[in-house]
Design a protein around this ligand. Structure first.
Ligand SMILES: Cc1cc2nc3c(=O)[nH]c(=O)nc-3n(C[C@H](O)[C@H](O)[C@H](O)COP(=O)(O)O)c2cc1C
Length: 331
């Protein structure tokens, strides 16, 4: 196995993914790295059409491209080429990087979702502008909403509605719980999913976590907790695709990951408040509220702000588990 390719893949897998499912596989063939969706890791309740899965692949692709540029290589990518036997993103590494990516590259291992309460400090205009300009894809629009500005109130209302709808749905809670790693042992054995520490509570046995999540957590209190978290932030960023298909979902992942890396390099924390994008009827009302054109879909919502507290990094599976070698079964 090519040493450089392994190195690049080790940066790709630091990408964020819904519930930290890490829904990707890779193969290496000389100067070509293929990224495959791992549909065995899909989230059938929260992401029935797999758009979040393909967004996660886009995040991995962006990290891979930045890591390649750091090595002086450009990553020419074909999206879902029809001549491939299996659906994939095909990345060809070529000599000559297009841009200086040092700050972005350093941000890859430092970036993380930070679900804590932020300190309320405002992001200045020029940094917010830098974040919006970091979006590399014309197929994706990014809109910002400042905490404290009246425009944000309806968006906070949609987050609240989404949160309540999700926590009122037993299948959503069951799926979420199946990806929470309540104990340190679960986290270290599986190396995926949402650890107790990443969610902001102490490690506990699974039976207790299951009981708390299914019997004690109430939709209204969860919504109030998220609202408080948003009001402690400085801004929300909403990522909108111009069309609702796999290519655009991958592009959205690239855009989001770029913006998250620039934010990290500026010392700005981020966390998802994605609920209104995940509940389809609410997403439709959000799109209507924003007067989006038909086809345009708001698919990712994050809050941004400052905090000194950092949770430990979320686990990742060893790259040998995600690199397919010839002869190894695919499914
Ligand atoms: C498409 C997508 C959707 C996500 N949705 C949520 C979400 O609704 N709530 C949340 O707290 N985190 C969400 N996340 C963040 C992931 O849970 C997080 O990336 C993952 O646990 C890995 O942790 P890390 O970002 O700290 O590396 C999402 C991430 C992606 C890429």
């Amino acid at each position: 196995m090519n040493h450089l390719a392994r190195e690049l893949i080790s940066f790709a897998v630091r990408a964020p993914s819904g519930h930290n499912t890490q829904p990707w596989q890779f193969s290496v063939d000389r100067d070509i790295i293929r990224i495959y969706p791992d549909l065995s890791r899909h989230l059938s309740v929260v992401d029935p059409d797999n758009h979040a899965l393909f967004i996660s692949l886009g995040c991995a692709l962006e990290n891979l491209s930045i890591a390649a540029a750091h090595q002086g290589l450009s990553a020419r990518t074909d999206y879902f080429p029809p001549d491939e036997p299996k659906e994939c993103l095909r990345v060809r590494l070529c000599e000559g990087a297009q841009e200086n990516v040092e700050a972005l590259f350093r941000a890859i291992p430092a970036r993380q979702s930070n679900r804590g309460i932020y300190d309320g400090r405002a992001i200045n205009e020029s940094d917010l502008e830098r974040l919006l300009e970091a979006n590399p894809c014309e197929s994706v629009m990014v809109r910002s909403f400042r905490v404290g500005h009246p425009d944000i109130e309806p968006i906070i209302g949609f987050v609240r509605e989404g949160n309540i709808a999700q926590f009122n749905e037993p299948a959503f809670v069951r799926e979420l719980v199946s990806w929470i790693r309540f104990s340190r042992r679960e986290a270290s054995e599986q190396r995926d999913g949402l650890t107790a520490q990443a969610l902001g509570f102490p490690a506990i046995p699974r039976w207790l976590g299951y009981w708390i999540m299914t019997k004690r957590v109430k939709p209204e209190s969860e919504a109030a907790r998220q609202e408080k978290a948003i009001r402690s932030a400085s801004a929300l960023l909403l990522f909108i695709v111009r069309d609702h298909d796999k290519r655009h979902w991958v592009d959205l992942g690239r855009s989001f990951e770029r913006v998250a890396l620039v934010a990290t390099s500026l010392g700005i924390a981020h966390a998802h408040v994605n609920m209104p994008c995940e509940v389809e009827p609410i997403r439709g009302r959000l799109a209507a509220h924003l007067a989006l054109n038909s086809g345009e879909q708001p698919l990712l919502l994050i809050r941004l702000g400052y905090t000194r507290k950092r949770p430990p990094p979320s686990p990742r599976r060893p790259i040998d588990q995600v690199i397919m070698t010839p002869g190894r079964a695919w499914d």
